[in-house]
Design a protein around this ligand. Structure first.
Ligand SMILES: NC(=O)C1=CN([C@@H]2O[C@H](COP(=O)(O)OP(=O)(O)OC[C@H]3O[C@@H](n4cnc5c(N)ncnc54)[C@H](OP(=O)(O)O)[C@@H]3O)[C@@H](O)[C@H]2O)[C@H](O)CC1
Ligand SMILES: [K+]
Length: 505
């Protein structure tokens, strides 16, 4: 699913009107019908509906919704803010239609606004501004937003919370943005919906398909996409009945240190649960027996050091290498890692402590082989690119890093983002807050390593790996609950997740 900019959404609107023989007012009527249905589905007529409409088409949507709810015998009030004394054509048409159906509780605000007392049982419809917002709200509009946010009522925003920019809110004023409980977005999501700090504005969001031209959407250029099931199920490589373990690759996992054997064990188990033919774990001597006991299917190769990774290894017999889970931050380990990745011609994943090395040894960043996969969470990324004040800035810096290194970056979190060397961003829709638990990242690394070992490309491995990781996390959450689930539960859910993705019983 593509994420288009607000400008592109307007172009899509215009293109649809021009090519799908539907007028703008009828497109607005379609939008309003779906918005009304979504409201009626959630709230019965005991709720008073208080509509705040702007002078543009977002306001036009809101006034049309008011008419439809009124005709369904809801108790509706409308406040239309017509500060400049001119309404968009469609907004004006809907104001006339509202009057024609005998609606009485209509107030057009131009200067003085006597706000109604909003109660907990009221539903506020926010139709002040939509994709036409061109600067942060200020003055009277900011006051209206603050008044609505201070009210105890449920707030439903049309298309986007008024005051929120569709992409970059770096220069926005947070208290001048509507805090919606529900956002009913037209056709496609906005990029800003996917950023954690905007959750308080967007609330739950739902897309309304108003029939915007698919031709326009298909041809629209955007670096931002949300991965959908069909994007990953089509990647799955079928397994021949004559296959043998050599067909599925030999993976090398360089992981673990004294006291952090668990990370290497979790990554190893996840790797084997994701189809690797063979796995060798290179680990410090102290973890040898633990790994052999916990993951008997894995081969264990001892490092020369008792407690941590200290000596690079020969990589010729492997198809994929992952370095990082539980590696620790000893200087010897950093040096061994830098040595290990130099001239590494095998698909490589750098995770956790292998990434932290570049936070303290940034001058070695250019040693990272092109097309490597880096899997930082927010803090690990910011140790490399510097502190970021918001998700949009962080995404931009991650895109710059991926381009500079010509690598793939998986920025982990809600809506984990796969960033490719040429700047495409694939947002992953699976997963849940229960996955914010120790070892979850180690599991992802194991999955990614298995996919690379089986010959999936870096981009395929990143998209498929994050998707299956989140899907297993969702299954684990259903089984164990978000609070109690552990990284092991995610691994235990991998068989079910793989069956779903490969549609096997
Ligand atoms: N996406 C679709 O296919 C459809 C979308 N619909 C709805 O249309 C809105 C977009 O409507 P639009 O009229 O383009 O813009 P808005 O209603 O969001 O804003 C109206 C005008 O407000 C002014 N503006 C912008 N920012 C500010 C601000 N910070 N303070 C004050 N005023 C502001 C601006 O006018 P200017 O003269 O100031 O430039 C805007 O034009 C979309 O969100 C959907 O709800 C269609 O109904 C269906 C198809
Ligand atoms: K809005």
């Amino acid at each position: 699913m593509k994420i288009l900019s607000c400008t592109q959404q307007k172009e899509a609107d215009t293109y649809t009107i021009a090519h799908e023989s539907i007028s703008s007012i009828d497109l607005m009527e379609k939008a309003a019908t779906l918005i009304t249905e979504a409201i009626c589905k959630r709230w019965d007529k005991s709720h008073r509906i208080v509509v705040f409409a702007g002078a543009g088409n977002n306001g036009g949507d809101a006034v049309a919704v008011a008419r439809m709810l009124f005709q369904k015998n809801y108790d509706v009030e409308v406040y239309l803010f017509n500060i400049k004394g001119s309404l968009s054509e469609e907004c004006h048409t809907n104001v006339l239609r509202l009057a024609e159906c005998g609606f009485q509780k209509y107030t057009e605000v131009s200067t003085q606004f006597d706000p109604p007392k909003l109660t907990e049982h009221d539903i506020v419809i926010d139709g002040l501004f939509g994709s036409g917002l061109n600067k942060p709200l200020s003055g009277g509009f900011a006051a209206v937003v603050k008044y609505i946010n201070a009210a105890p009522s449920t707030v439903v925003s049309i298309d986007i919370p008024s005051g929120l920019m569709g992409e970059d809110n770096s220069y926005n004023i947070r208290q001048n943005i509507i805090q919606a409980d529900l956002t009913l977005s037209i056709q496609l999501p906005k990029l800003s919906f996917l950023f954690a700090e905007n959750e308080e504005f967007v609330g739950e969001w739902e897309l309304l398909d108003i029939g915007i031209s698919q031709t326009f959407i298909e041809e629209a250029q955007t670096p931002y996409l949300i991965t959908e099931p069909q994007d990953v199920t089509t990647l799955i490589k079928p397994r021949s009945r004559f296959a043998h373990k050599g067909n599925f690759g030999h993976a090398l996992l360089i992981a673990g240190s004294y006291g952090m054997a668990g990370a290497s064990i979790l990554a190893a188990k996840a790797c084997l649960r994701s189809g690797a033919g063979l796995l060798t774990v290179h680990a410090p001597v102290c973890n040898h027996n633990l790994i052999q006991t916990c993951v008997p299917e894995a081969l264990v190769q001892d490092d020369i050091h008792e407690h941590y990774f200290a000596e690079p290894v020969d990589i010729d017999s492997y198809q994929a290498i992952a370095i990082g889970p539980g590696l620790g931050q000893e200087e010897d380990t950093a040096l061994a890692t830098l040595e290990q990745i130099k001239n590494c011609y095998i698909p490589l994943i750098l995770d956790a402590d292998a990434l932290n090395i570049f936070g303290t040894h940034r001058n070695h960043l250019n040693k990272i082989p092109k097309r490597s996969i880096l899997t930082p969470h927010v803090k690990e990324l910011e140790r490399i690119v510097g502190r970021c004040s918001n998700s949009y800035e962080r995404l931009s810096k991650a895109k710059e890093l991926a381009n500079y290194l010509q690598c793939y970056i998986i920025l982990k979190g809600a809506w984990s983002t796969v960033i490719t060397p040429d700047g495409n961003c694939f947002f992953n829709p699976t997963g849940n807050p229960g996955m914010a638990t120790g070892g979850s990242g180690d599991v992802l690394t194991g999955i990614l390593t298995a996919l690379l070992a089986q010959g999936y490309t870096q981009e395929e491995s990143c998209k498929l790996g994050t998707y299956i990781h989140g899907l297993a996390g969702d299954i684990a959450s259903q089984r164990m609950g978000e609070i109690s689930m552990t990284a092991n539960d995610i691994i235990d859910a991998l068989p079910e997740a793989w069956k779903i993705i490969t549609k096997t019983k």
